[in-house]
Ligand binder design. Structure first.
Ligand code: AMP
Length: 110
């Protein structure tokens, strides 16, 4: 079964796509937790951060996360989050990087 995010990447499910390249896509989260809340998702269906992840892909996703922050004008700073597994709060089994910004974010998270 393709994951929800594979179906978005394939165009089966609509999403507000704001960036794409040969490795990943980025679209706005459907339930934003901040004025800017974007998900950076690899085209390859890696399940989670603890799955078969190579350094090149990990680095690329982080570089794109920063590119999104610049594109979104998050000059005051931003947060990058990767939830991993049930205890990490991961709800979609397709690796994704949250980029959150546009307001002051509290720490620690819940
Ligand atoms: P996580 O809980 O880290 O697995 O994050 C999954 C994220 O996917 C959540 O923030 C959801 O709001 C988001 N999400 C779920 N369905 C969609 C969708 N159809 N389009 C965009 N974002 C979605």
């Amino acid at each position: 079964m393709p994951t929800l995010f594979e179906r978005i990447i394939n165009g089966e499910i609509p999403a507000d796509l704001i960036y794409e390249d040969e490795v990943c896509v980025a679209f706005r989260d459907i339930a934003p937790q901040a004025p800017t809340h974007v998900l950076v998702v690899p085209r390859r269906p890696v399940q989670a951060l603890d799955d078969d992840l190579d350094a090149a892909l990990a680095g690329h996703l982080l570089m794109v996360a920063n590119k999104i922050a610049v594109q979104e004008g998050l000059t005051g700073g931003y947060r990058v989050v990767i939830n991993c597994g049930p205890d990490g709060g991961q709800s979609v089994d397709h690796l994704h990087v949250h980029v959150l910004g546009g307001r002051s974010l509290a720490w620690p998270p819940g």
